[in-house]
Structures are given as C-alpha cells and as structure tokens.
Design a protein around this ligand. Structure first.
Ligand code: G6P
Length: 364
C-alpha cells in the first residue's frame, strides 16, 4: 500500500496531484480532431430539449456546475437533483429530455435506483458519466462518457470530480455544436479546456501557501464557504471536502443569500472561505465580502489573477495563478481540496478513510 502511494503520505494527496494528467487523459479520450464526444450520436444531441442530471455527493456538485455550462453554451434547460430525492418523487418529464447520471464508482445504490426508475419514464435517452468501466451504471445507460481519472482510492473524491467536470464541459460543447451554436464560442471552450491541465499543474504548486491557511483553520469549530455563479457549487464542494476530511462543521451558501441567514453566524471566530473568479459577478461578491468583514469574520479569498481586492486587515488573499475562463470551476476547486487535506492531516484524522464514510455507498 505504501508503494502505491509513491512519495505521497496519503492516497488523497497523491490523487490531488494526479489531476493535471487525469484531466489531459480525459480530454484526449473525448476529442478526435474537431469532433467533440465522438461516441455520442449528433442526431440524438440535436433532439435534446431538456436535461435531468442525477447524482450523489461530489458527483452531484459536478452536475450543479454543469447546469451553468450547458444552459449557457447550449441553451438547453437543465435540472440537477440528488438521486435519493428523485427516486421517491413523481417527476414531470418534458418531451425529449435526456437523463444524465453521474457517478465515480457506478455502483451508488440511490443513483442506480433513480436510473432504474427513470428507465420507463419516457426519457429520450440516458447518458452515464462514470469512472469505472463495466460498473452497474455503465451497463444500465444507453450512452456512456467515461472519465479517465484512473483508480481513486481516497474516500473523498478529488480527481474523479475534476475529470467529471472536464467531461461535462465537453458534453456541453458537443451539445452546443449539435444545436448549431456559434462555432467561435465552441472553439474558445476547447481552447480553454486545452489549458486546464497546465493551469491545474500551476495551481497545485500553491500547496505550501494553502498549508499556512490550513494551520489557521484547523483550530476552528465551523467554517462558512461562499460562492457565486459556477463557483457556488465549488464552494459546496469545498465545504463537503472540509467536513468529510477534518470533521469541522462547514456549510456553503450562495453569496447572495448571505443576508437571508448565514450573516447571523458571522463573528470573529468564523472563517469565511471564498473561491473568487473575476467573472461579471465579482463586484457583487466583493460587496458580500465587505458585509462579512464589517461583522468581524475572517475572510480567506482564493482569487484568480483578475480579482483586484484591496488588502485589508481580516482579508487574506490567496492568489490562484490562473486567469478567469469557463474552466475556472475546475481550477478553483484544487486549492480547496488541498485545504481540506492539510486541515485533516493537522488534526490527525484518517484522511483516506474518514470515520463513518465509505468510498461507494452501495446500500440505501
Ligand atoms: C460517497 C463518496 C463520495 C462520492 C459519493 C458518490 O459519499 O464518499 O466521494 O462523491 O459517494 O459516489 P459516486 O461513486 O456515485 O460518485
């Protein structure tokens, strides 16, 4: 087992570092010259009028990011739902809806049950996004796009998540193309995706800086994550990672909801962790951050190159060495994975096998 971990202390650390390669391998698997996701029938894609995405845990967060991408690029309405909720309700399914199930393992009981339930519900077709070939999910779906993360051992998903995002952005581009979207826009997405692996490599070099932040967070009882736009699900994923690995109570809010509750929690004992991308919502995000500062909350802002936020007491800026682009969520999650990892190590938890959790939840 120590041989498999190579020079790393834990599988989670190793798997975080494997992401640049996993992203590149996944990208290559689904691009063939100018053809995007060549395994999917363009005629089928052209017929899609709506999308339902089902998943659990980290895979659910990947689905939430994908909603921003698919609606923006392909102009197809998307709903994203936790599989354990979907399987017991009576969803209304519009005509020509594609069902997408996302699962690293392909064996999550609720996701499989939701898929089974959907089989006779009148969907146009089903698409599985999965990391394990020959899993129950890949057998059950009519179409499959594999993530090429390789074996993921750490219970907390890292490289499976970023490769799911890679596949989902490719899928959004393929769908946009089938619906005759602006070719320039699609080219730009592919160009940005082409930068993802290298940008991920540069961001992983921030490890030391993130470790310093971890030292400040490790003594806290609670943490609040805030995000806007596609960084909101990334804030959710950051909070999930922190609670799984370090047992610190963490929750994520859409920054615009601050005044509807979480602001009441903010005082000088609460760290507020923010993935910030220089997207058009930045000024709004910054005004949310000022609200937090005014109540004494300590801010940790993971800001890309384009974010200009004046340094001030109580605001710690951690510079993410990447520009803003459509791939920002893939890049922004990396320092949050490191943060959870280092806080876990500092607290002495079993980071690869957190208490009470399993890699794959195969019973309800
Ligand atoms: C468990 C794992 C998570 C994973 C979730 C969904 O909770 O600990 O890391 O995200 O299951 O698993 P799946 O294999 O369906 O993606």
């Amino acid at each position: 087992d120590s041989a498999d971990r190579g020079r790393y202390r834990h599988f989670m650390e190793k798997e975080i570092h494997e992401q640049p390669e996993a992203i590149a391998t996944t990208l290559n698997a689904h691009l063939d010259g100018t053809r995007i996701c060549p395994s999917l029938d363009p005629e089928l894609l052209g017929r899609v009028r709506a999308i339902h995405i089902l998943a659990c845990g980290t895979s659910y967060h990947a689905g939430l990011v994908a909603r921003y991408w698919i609606e923006r690029l392909a102009r197809v309405p998307v709903s994203v739902e936790i599989a354990s909720e979907y399987r017991y309700r009576e969803p209304a399914i519009p005509e020509d809806t594609l069902l997408i199930a996302i699962s690293q393992s392909g064996e999550t009981a609720d996701t499989l049950a939701a898929l089974e339930r959907a089989e006779h519900a009148g969907y146009l077709s089903t698409l599985g996004i999965c990391n394990v070939p020959e899993s129950a999910l890949t057998r059950q779906c009519e179409n499959v796009l594999m993530t090429r993360a390789g074996l993921e051992i750490g219970v907390a998903s890292t490289k499976a998540f970023t490769t799911q995002l890679t596949v989902l952005l490719l899928f959004a581009a393929a769908l946009a193309k089938a619906r005759e979207a602006d070719p320039g826009m699609i080219r730009q997405v592919l160009e940005d995706l082409g930068q993802a692996s290298q940008q991920a490599r540069e961001v992983l070099a921030m490890d030391g800086e993130v470790q310093q932040v971890a030292e400040e967070i490790a003594s806290k009882a609670h943490a609040l994550f805030l995000g806007r736009g596609p960084e909101y699900p990334i804030a959710m994923e950051g909070a999930l990672k922190l609670k799984e690995i370090s047992y610190i109570h963490a929750e994520a809010y859409a920054a615009g909801e601050l005044k509807h509750g979480p602001l009441a929690l903010v005082d000088d004992t609460l760290p507020v962790i923010v993935p910030a991308s220089s997207n058009p919502l930045l000024t709004k995000l910054i005004s949310n951050l000022q609200e937090v500062r005014a109540r004494g909350g300590m801010l940790y802002v993971f800001a890309d190159r384009g974010v200009s936020l004046a340094p001030a007491p109580g605001i710690r800026m951690i510079r993410v060495p990447a520009p803003h682009s459509i791939i920002s969520p893939i890049i922004q999650v990396l320092p949050l994975q490191f943060l959870a990892y280092h806080v876990g190590v500092l607290k002495g938890t079993d980071v690869d096998q957190p208490r009470n959790l399993a890699k794959s939840v195969t019973v309800e």
